[in-house]
Design a protein around this ligand. Structure first.
Ligand SMILES: Cc1cc2nc3c(=O)[nH]c(=O)nc-3n(C[C@H](O)[C@H](O)[C@H](O)COP(=O)(O)O)c2cc1C
Length: 194
């Protein structure tokens, strides 16, 4: 099983979740003596140079599985996310695929599923993509690293949605048990033939 883990991140939290996923899958491979190769890369790297992009694009079909995670900023995934999906739709249809979105709205239980989280619903509608497994994870709030304007905006959004408007330390809302459940769903796909 040849797996590509791709991530779109701004502050690094989605990358951190992907590292957790990679570690989970690798541990499973060791335990079950499964033959698994995992490549992890930033979507940015994919788009850095045309040459690289062509290289990975031509290699994309050689993977058996794609796990793709992307975070939300000001109501949207980054434009490269839908660009990538649209551009490689035919190839994606031949792979086992899992997609997850990371955002702060998902810290609310009533907004943390693919059916109730408007960001992921919108992306999948716009791209007309149906990954085999879809998930939404709550992200990380870190007032210490935001630029002034971003900090004011996030404080305002938090105030509106009854979240924390002050914190000296980062607050991680991600429920890693849900991330593990996503990994289990992806592993279940590896035993399916189609
Ligand atoms: C400038 C900025 C804008 C954000 N906008 C939203 C938003 O509109 N909705 C939301 O649910 N979360 C929003 N977030 C929260 C991020 O999605 C969350 O912090 C996530 O963990 C970021 O992941 P990343 O580090 O991989 O980029 C925003 C965060 C920042 C810093």
């Amino acid at each position: 099983m040849n797996i590509l883990i791709l991530y779109s991140t701004v502050d690094g939290h989605t990358q951190h979740i992907c590292e957790h996923i990679k570690h989970f899958l690798e541990s499973h491979a060791v335990e079950s003596q499964a033959n698994m190769t995992i490549t992890m890369m930033a979507l940015d790297a994919f788009y850095e140079t045309r040459g690289e992009q062509d290289k990975v694009a031509s290699q994309l079909g050689e993977f058996d599985m794609l796990i793709f995670g992307a975070s939300i900023r000001y109501g949207k995934h980054r434009p490269q996310v839908s660009e990538f999906i649209k551009q490689h739709k035919d190839t994606l249809a031949r792979l086992k695929t899992g997609f997850f979105s990371v955002n702060l709205v998902a810290r609310k239980p009533e907004k943390n599923t693919p059916e109730t989280n408007s960001y992921i619903k919108k992306l999948l509608e716009q791209t007309d993509w149906q990954p085999d497994v879809v998930a939404v994870f709550a992200g990380k709030l870190d007032y210490g690293i935001y630029r002034y304007v971003d900090k004011q905006m996030i404080k305002f959004i938090m105030w509106m949605t009854k979240g924390p408007t002050h914190s000296d330390k980062p607050i991680v809302f991600t429920d890693y048990a849900r991330v593990d459940a996503f990994c289990e769903q992806m592993l279940a796909l590896t035993t399916k033939n189609s």
